[in-house]
Design a protein around this ligand. Structure first.
Ligand code: ZN
Length: 406
């Protein structure tokens, strides 16, 4: 937000006096256009601006939607969807969104202090996201045991339903307050105290008692900048998270026809079986490919075996090519498809002394194709699927010319 140029009076922050204020009246003391949006400045507001890791409020001024709230200096700017002509306004904040932010934010204070008490882990940053929030803790690693202790302590504070007090302390007296982190601001410093547990310098909105936060649940650790960052949810978000996971496990239990408690071992067993089946299948396919190659050679009037095999994978025609040339003095040109590509295998029995790599240049001069391989087998791939037949014809001609066979 640009700096306040018009020297507005500082906006009276009603959310500092009462974080539970949902409706208020105010006078419009300024209007501007910022980023193509009409913006109003009020003498007082309950709208919390984006600040200190907590997102801004949404809501309404009269019947117009407030879409963004920013602070510059001591002045709060309300971004509106449309021009607001009135001079006196009735403000109403989106309480569901605000209360959610209060649960996450107050939960973060407690979680941060719990990390400090249990493991001397300092909170380096906090982000309140739309689905989950995160805290980056200044520790290289946090064991499951420590994390369990942190969660236990944090939730014990919640269930103790302690008071969350806010008060202002002058800068020169702030050293008497056992703040978790030194304050970033000077002058009058706003202290948020979770009764004898945590003291933070903070300008956000918080629950009055810890019980309102509801469950504090850490979801997932991840390494970042040599520290550990934890995502977490509090209150209604924790309830939603629990419900989402319950549905997921129920669905898995249905898929595996298993008890919910057995889903993990069931999935593990299924994957192990799948791996073993794939191994067996590969062996069978290899054997089958050998017999298929033998049958093709027996039935073919020519030493050059070629064709398009839409039902086979590129791996299968490669294997078939190898099996064909092991049957004797045989040459092979085989095509298959995968997604938007066609694959061409060219193979020649080494007794024939035909270097199939020589075909690459010839094919490239006609088709946008690439690939390579050994003197006895090459694999080429092209996106020009409509030229698969042409490629096969060119490959057949090459094999005829080079081997003198037909
Ligand atoms: Zn706070």
């Amino acid at each position: 937000m640009k700096e306040d140029k018009k020297n507005y009076e500082p906006t009276e922050k009603l959310y500092f006096q009462d974080a539970y204020l949902k409706e208020f009246t105010a006078k419009v003391i300024g209007r501007e256009i910022v980023d193509d949006h009409p913006v109003v400045i009020l003498d007082r507001t309950a709208f919390y601006p984006e600040s200190g890791g907590q997102p801004h409020d949404l809501g309404w001024l009269n019947d117009l939607r407030v879409i963004r709230v920013e602070e510059s200096g001591e002045v709060i700017y309300h971004f509106l969807e449309k021009e607001l002509p009135a001079n006196e306004v009735q403000g109403r904040i989106d309480w569901t969104r605000r209360f959610d932010h209060m649960q996450q934010h107050t939960g973060q204070h407690i979680l941060s202090q719990a990390f400090y008490e249990v493991a001397k882990g300092e909170t380096l940053s906090f982000h309140l996201g739309p689905q989950e929030s995160t805290v980056e803790i200044g520790l290289p690693a946090v064991s499951d045991k420590v994390l369990t202790e942190v969660e236990q302590l944090a939730n014990q504070i919640v269930f103790s339903n302690l008071e969350v007090k806010t008060y202002f302390v002058p800068e020169e007296k702030i050293s008497a307050v056992p703040l978790r982190k030194p304050p970033k601001k000077s002058g009058l410093i706003r202290v948020v105290e979770v009764e004898n547990f945590d003291y933070s310098a903070c300008g956000g909105t918080h629950c009055q008692r810890t019980g309102e936060i509801g469950l504090i649940k850490v979801l997932k650790p991840e390494k970042i900048r040599g520290n550990v960052r934890f995502s977490f949810v509090c209150g209604y978000r924790a309830l939603r998270e629990f419900e989402n996971r319950r549905r997921l496990i129920q669905e898995l239990a249905r898929i595996f026809s298993a008890e919910e408690s057995e889903v993990a071992s069931c999935a593990d067993r299924t994957l192990t079986e799948l791996k073993s089946l794939k191994k067996k299948q590969k062996k069978i396919e290899e054997k089958l490919s050998f017999y298929e190659a033998r049958e093709m050679v027996e039935k073919s009037p020519s030493k050059i075996i070629s064709g398009i095999f839409p039902e086979k994978s590129p791996e299968e025609i490669k294997y078939l090519g190898l099996n064909l040339i092991h049957q004797g003095e045989i040459l092979a040109a085989l095509v298959s498809f995968r997604e938007n590509y066609f694959h061409l295998i060219l193979a020649a029995s080494d007794k024939l002394k035909v270097d199939v790599r020589e075909a690459i240049g010839l094919l490239k001069s006609e088709i946008n194709i690439k690939g390579g391989g050994s003197p006895t087998l090459i694999e080429l791939v092209s996106e020009e699927k409509d030229k698969a037949e042409k490629a096969l014809k060119l490959a057949e001609d090459f094999l005829k010319n080079k081997s003198g066979l037909s």
